[in-house]
Design a protein around this ligand. Structure first.
Ligand SMILES: Nc1ncnc2c1ncn2[C@@H]1O[C@H](COP(=O)(O)OP(=O)(O)OP(=O)(O)O)[C@@H](O)[C@H]1O
Ligand SMILES: [Mg+2]
Length: 256
């Protein structure tokens, strides 16, 4: 069974950037194949990984949910809706050398998605046998995990910037994990974009207030930001990039 690692935190703190580096590092360590899942409605994990996405699971869910209503039903005669959905879900899997990427995407929300979400859940459960690691880039609410579409995680990596509000947001996510009975083995915090890679006193206090376990601190780095602005995948950053180095040390300590 796959070890599921979920990355979450409030908006814009660097979840996707760190998630991409985590996936790349696990691949380099020979832990692949990795299933990378972009579970953020505003998906962009593919950009940091440098891969193109044609179809999202949201597109497929929409297509299946609407199939019965449509004049031109896309499902070939003689094929069951479940088999068609499975085929289309597999089309949505982007394959790279050491990892595959699935993008949850979004749906318009009209119509009923219970049936198709059930099919998707079955499909994702199958993938758990195919990959040693599944890494999920989430939004703060971890919608797909808390609703059971994605499997629950063994490791939760919660990311915050160097602000009290960021750390408080992580505190709420840690509460949500408890409330939803997710029971991961590890729940830890990464402080990202720390000036000079240092934690200030106030943030240290807030981490203690929230009862969070600090996994490590990742520095603010202009090169990472420039890559993002220029649309270059952060997976192509130099080996000695300080953000990469810091993240790798954190991952090594997690003993995944
Ligand atoms: N350590 C860092 N140093 C400098 N810039 C960083 C660092 N980490 C992330 N960034 C930049 O911060 C911005 C937001 O990062 P990212 O998209 O990874 O955050 P996110 O938490 O996934 O955001 P969202 O909530 O929108 O999904 C990007 O421009 C990224 O390049
Ligand atoms: Mg993101």
């Amino acid at each position: 069974m796959a070890h599921v690692i979920a990355v979450a935190g409030k908006g814009g703190v660097g979840k996707t950037t760190l998630c991409g580096m985590l996936i790349q590092y696990l691949c380099e360590k020979g832990k692949g194949p990795i299933l990378a899942v972009d579970a953020d409605a505003n998906s962009n994990l593919n950009e940091v990984l440098g891969v193109k996405v044609e179809t999202t699971l949201g597109d497929v869910r929409e297509e299946i949910a609407r199939a019965e209503l449509a004049k031109e039903n896309p499902i070939p005669t003689g094929m069951s809706k479940a088999d068609y959905a499975e085929m289309r879900f597999e089309d949505a899997l982007v394959e790279d050398d050491d990892f595959d990427l699935l993008v949850m995407g979004r749906t318009q929300g009209k119509g009923c998605y219970c049936y198709v979400n059930g099919l998707l859940q079955t499909q994702l459960a199958k993938y758990q046998n195919n990959y040693p690691y599944i890494v999920v880039d989430n939004e703060a609410g971890m919608e797909h995990i808390s609703r059971g579409v994605l499997p629950s995680m063994q490791t939760a990596i919660l990311v915050s910037d160097c602000s009290r509000r960021g750390v408080q947001a992580v505190g709420r996510i840690a509460e949500l994990i408890k409330e939803c009975d997710m029971h991961p083995d590890t729940v830890g915090l990464i402080i990202n974009r720390a000036p000079k890679g240092e934690l200030n006193k106030g943030i240290q206090e807030e981490i203690a207030n929230q009862g969070l376990t600090l996994l490590g601190v990742v520095p603010q780095d202009e090169t990472v930001y420039e890559y993002d602005c220029e649309g270059r995948p952060t997976s192509t950053l130099p080996e000695d990039n300080p953000v990469k180095t810091a993240l790798r040390a954190i991952v090594d300590n997690l003993k995944l």
